[in-house]
Design a protein around this ligand. Structure first.
Ligand SMILES: Nc1ncnc2c1ncn2[C@@H]1O[C@H](COP(=O)(O)OP(=O)(O)OP(=O)(O)O)[C@@H](O)[C@H]1O
Ligand SMILES: [Mg+2]
Length: 290
């Protein structure tokens, strides 16, 4: 990975305003070939909004996004076609379709026949169906859902629905996969399995950008992590660098970072020694970032 770092995704100066609220502010961001990059930050930091700017769901108020050197078109299906696939924070599957059908729908940008033909199963679709179905089954096997091909999506347990979303995203044969909280609602075993799955995706040559609140997952997985706070990129670096940065801890606690840690404790000890009441409160956290 140290040899030949070619950017897959490049965002420059991306800003997204909603009326008076600036949800994302002048964010520069790069994902290189072969990388797994994490995007973290407290609730409401602008992570999903940033994803939406990358995938054509929102047209950024300012800034540009390029994929492999080409400026992305401002339409989700064209972005998918260009090579970026995503999953959603709130799972979006066709609940009353089978597992296999959900993946087949994900293939529509890569087949000549298109979405309606896939949904209506027209004659053109049936011809292309066999090859598509083989590829879809490969992907289901890859995520561990082959045995459930004929189950309705809505009957899958939550963790498997998330896997199915990943299989469907992979069906568009992306060069970059964006995952928005892929382990939300998963138990520790499922989270571990998802970690392995993301490594396996990267090993197939697909770069990955992942939003997650599970820090263990992020720091195990990512080559690089960027921290978004109130729409701005606060810190970016390797897991070690980000973990050691006190501004990140302060951002998560929802309190401004004020100089040396321990200052408050020192003051309390000094106050206790002189018999005065403690001046600071080191126990109050506001709990904004649940
Ligand atoms: N379509 C919209 N219209 C207006 N405001 C929005 C819209 N989408 C997001 N916001 C606001 O932008 C800010 C960032 O929200 P966003 O969902 O991107 O945060 P997030 O980092 O993904 O948070 P979480 O970790 O909770 O998912 C929030 O204040 C949110 O209310
Ligand atoms: Mg979000």
């Amino acid at each position: 990975m140290t040899t030949m770092t070619t950017p897959v995704l490049q965002a420059s100066g991306v800003t997204m305003r909603f009326g008076g609220l600036t949800a994302v502010r002048s964010v520069d961001f790069t994902v290189n070939t072969g990388e797994i990059v994490g995007l973290i930050g407290p609730n409401g930091a602008g992570k999903t909004t940033f994803f939406n700017c990358l995938t054509g769901l929102y047209v950024p108020t300012e800034g540009t996004v390029t994929y492999k050197g080409t400026v992305l078109p401002p339409k989700p299906h064209l972005v998918t076609k260009a090579g970026i696939a995503r999953t959603f924070q709130n799972i979006r599957l066709f609940a009353n379709m089978t597992v296999l059908e959900n993946v087949l729908v994900g293939r529509h940008t890569r087949t000549k026949e298109g979405l309606w033909s896939a949904l209506l199963r027209g004659p053109g679709f049936r011809k292309a169906e066999k090859a598509s179905e083989e590829r879809a089954m490969e992907l289901l096997d890859f995520v561990g859902l082959a045995a459930k091909r004929d189950h309705l999506a809505r009957n899958l347990p939550y963790g498997e629905q998330r896997k199915l979303e990943i299989a469907r995203a992979l069906a568009s044969e992306p060069g970059l996969l964006l995952l928005d909280e892929p382990t939300a609602g998963m138990n520790p075993q499922e989270t571990r399995a998802t970690e392995e799955l993301v490594f396996a995706i990267r090993d197939k040559g697909i770069a990955v950008l992942v939003i997650e609140h599970d820090m263990r997952f992020i720091f195990n997985l990512c080559d690089r992590v960027a921290v978004l706070v109130q729409g701005e990129k606060l810190v970016e670096g390797t897991s070690d660098v980000v973990q050691a940065d006190e501004r990140v801890v302060a951002a998560y606690l929802g309190e401004p970072f004020e100089g040396d840690p321990g200052t408050a404790e020192t003051a309390d000890v000094a106050a206790a020694e002189t018999g005065a009441a403690p001046q600071s409160s080191t126990t109050s956290t506001k709990g904004e970032a649940q």
